[in-house]
Design a protein around this ligand. Structure first.
Ligand code: NDP
Length: 337
């Protein structure tokens, strides 16, 4: 069996470019006992992949140069050496940027195609959904009537954060890039207020949208959004630090004065809780999250938006778009039928 795959050809400096990747077709080894041969149906593209392209110290090892780029996948089993899976089964795995893969059956999760569209296993019912659920409820702890603010709010993490905040009785303020996404926040996801972080008067708009201050800031982006949020944070505000996408392509610290004393004194004077997390810490919450989210979906309390791009050959440009806000919802590559 041959697999067409995209490998990391060199480590990007700044925005990843096409020349940092190489497409090649290789012969796969037949599956060993305990392994299965899979055909990729859908590949998830996620911001964390920018970190895997770098060899800077991180919470997970980098993808090595000349190795297949990593990524979550929904695949069909073509051949299995383990009775737990049969040919034709659909599984959630970690096949990476390629058309076929050989994976350990123990690391695969069988999906029921009748339960929900398969792509949701990569988005609202998958890793990004759990990230939103655990980060918001375990660290953010929103209370009825409190104000929750989240950016990248049309994406799978942000949109889910805003909607769970509403389910818990909080007021949800969403931040996104451009008028089309801002309209989505209000009309599709039901945010109480929606703001464009690219607007020249963004900080003033945020102040007007948070008249009672901010009790939970779910940090997805950092950068200029954090600057506008900091003065609005209330006493005892909670800040789950989930992602800092505004900085993922940075090659150096930004110029300007040292702002650490400003940030630390805000943490001190306003008794802020700032707590970073990686979703893997909360994998034990998946068993409560999936049925809860499935029920909210069925009740119409939770909705999702997916941006499905056809063809593995569009993966690199789609990933660039994720880092610049071109995606509209959870970005997924449809690799095969
Ligand atoms: P999204 O689908 O929301 O895509 C990323 C979005 O980030 C873009 O669409 C863009 O939206 C926004 N963005 C990009 N650059 C900037 C910028 N400079 N300022 C403000 N917004 C920007 O991604 P996800 O929902 O998958 O992920 C959201 C965040 O959560 C990321 O930071 C990601 O790394 C993090 N994450 C963390 C996990 C963890 O375990 N801690 C797990 C999963 C995700 P717009 O056009 O609206 O600006």
């Amino acid at each position: 069996m041959k697999s067409t795959r995209i490998v990391l050809a060199s480590r990007p400096i700044g925005m990843p470019e096409q020349e940092n990747f190489r497409t090649e077709t290789v012969e796969l080894e037949p599956p060993k006992p305990g392994q299965a041969l899979l055909q990729t149906l859908y590949l998830s593209l996620d911001p964390y992949m920018r970190g895997r392209m770098s060899d800077a110290p991180s919470y997970a090892p980098p993808v090595e140069v000349d190795q297949t780029m990593c990524g979550g996948t929904v695949s069909q089993v073509l051949e299995s050496t383990d009775p737990a899976l049969r040919s034709g089964d659909i599984v959630l795995g970690y096949g990476g940027w390629q058309t076929h893969s050989v994976e350990w059956v123990a690391g695969l999760q069988k999906l029921d195609p009748a339960l929900a569209p398969l792509t949701t296993a990569l988005g609202v019912l998958g890793m990004p959904g759990l990230t939103a659920y655990s980060g918001l409820l375990t660290i953010g702890k929103p209370q009825p009537g409190e104000t929750v603010v989240v950016a990248a709010a049309t994406g799978p993490v942000g949109a889910t954060v805003g909607q769970i905040a509403k389910i818990k009785g909080a007021r949800a303020v969403g931040i996104a890039g451009g008028p089309e996404k801002v309209a989505l926040l209000r009309e599709r996801f039901g945010f109480d207020a929606a703001i464009d972080h690219r607007a020249p008067d963004f900080a003033e708009q945020l102040a007007a949208a948070t008249p009672d201050g901010i009790d939970v800031y779910f940090e997805n982006v950092g950068g200029a959004v954090f600057d506008a949020v900091l003065p609005r944070l209330n006493q005892y505000a909670r800040i789950p630090v989930c992602g800092l996408i505004a900085n993922y392509n940075d090659t150096d610290l930004p110029p300007g004065p040292d702002r650490l004393p400003l940030i630390m004194s805000a943490i001190l004077r306003r008794s802020l809780t700032v707590r970073g997390f990686i979703v893997s810490e909360f994998m034990n919450q998946a068993a409560e999250f999936i049925p809860a989210a499935a029920q909210w979906l069925a009740e119409g309390k939770l909705t999702y938006l997916e941006d499905v791009v056809d063809g593995l050959d569009h993966t690199v440009e789609s990933f660039q778009g994720l880092l610049t806000g071109k995606n509209r919802g959870k970005l997924v590559i449809k690799v095969s039928e």
